[in-house]
Design a protein around this ligand. Sequence first.
Ligand code: EZ4
Ligand code: CO
Length: 405
Amino acid sequence: MKITDAKVIVTCPGRNFITLKIMTDEGVYGIGDATLNGREKSVVSYLEDYVIPCLIGRNPFDIEDIWQYLYRGVYWRRGAITMSAIAAVDMALYDIKGKALNTPVYNLIGGRSRTGVMVYGHANGADLEQTIDEVGKYIDMGYLAIRAQSGIPGLQSTYGVAKEKMYYEPAQNDASGLPAVNEWSTEKYLNFTPKLFKKLRDTYGEEHHFLHDCHHRLTPIEAARLGKELEPYHLFWLEDTVQAELQEGFRIIRKHTTTPLAVGEVFNTIYDYTTLFTEQLIDYVRMSLLRGGGITHGLKVAAMAGVYHIRTGFHGATDLSPVTMAAALHFNTAINNFGVQEYMRHTGETDAVFPHEYYYDKGYLHITDKPGLGIDIDEALAAKYEYKRAYLPVNRKLDGTMFNW
Ligand code: EZ4
Ligand code: CO
């Protein structure tokens, strides 16, 4: 079998998605997600101008060699753009191999390890009372794990609080077409957040898993304080407490708290994790297959994580397309050290562009035995939605100082 052609499909059914489609001489094609929220066109160029010419004529079954060619062979390694582009190729090749061998992708990487993939949903409200109510709605929908984010008294905007409750959309411009500006106070946040989780446990008891995302806004010692104060409420995890480039910072957090830690949605290779893994400083790997070089690299990361008692909890926000979700579900079904999968729902508009096999039932996502990834793109429908530049917000402290979003 030979790759004969490949193309990049740009669409915006409510938000921007980039999809790579690889075609073969036997008529089988595969698709992969290449969406990098807020910087989408950089990956389009990377694929069209540099990657696609290298794929033509290759045997699509040689997934490892093609991966290494695109990683080692480029000299300029790592980074969100490079690794997202490689991920798109990798997902598409697995999709092709599954279809060609007439088997679902999970059978190519270990087979079935579990009956379903536990997911967590996103409950959020403008204030404490509303957030408590929103969590109740997720419990009513059967979710076993729920992330809770709330507006903070005294701050006009907070990460994770959306107007459209089910479909959180972080990328949207301000009136001038530039990034919206959020407002931040670590003091207000740290004083408020333990109250939220106390109220959640008082209201709903111990049965459900509760999660929370700090979105990189604390220093290690502040994260240690929060982790410690949240201990009585038994969180499933506390996510992205600090700006994560400094792996050594996690030593301080770990020394002070037993609250489980998750990190990595902005990471893109196994090398971002070496200190975190070998010193057992975290509990969950957040790097999605999209950001981290696809299934080929994800398998290596999960294998190394497993040695250190670390499980997966992949990023699954609305800005990762249903193609990444399909790939993640095959992956999560096959590996042993799966923990949880983030599931921020896509809108009906997006789901129509990406017809898929996976479905939600009572707290779990399930895949079917359809060969490949069980995902497709409706190109005619995709063509109706023109790309719109949309930035992620930026974040400033109350005195105007530029901060982490
Ligand atoms: O901010 O995917 O856990 N999920 C998150 C997301 C990220 C977005 C950025 O594009 O932190 O909301
Ligand atoms: Co996050």
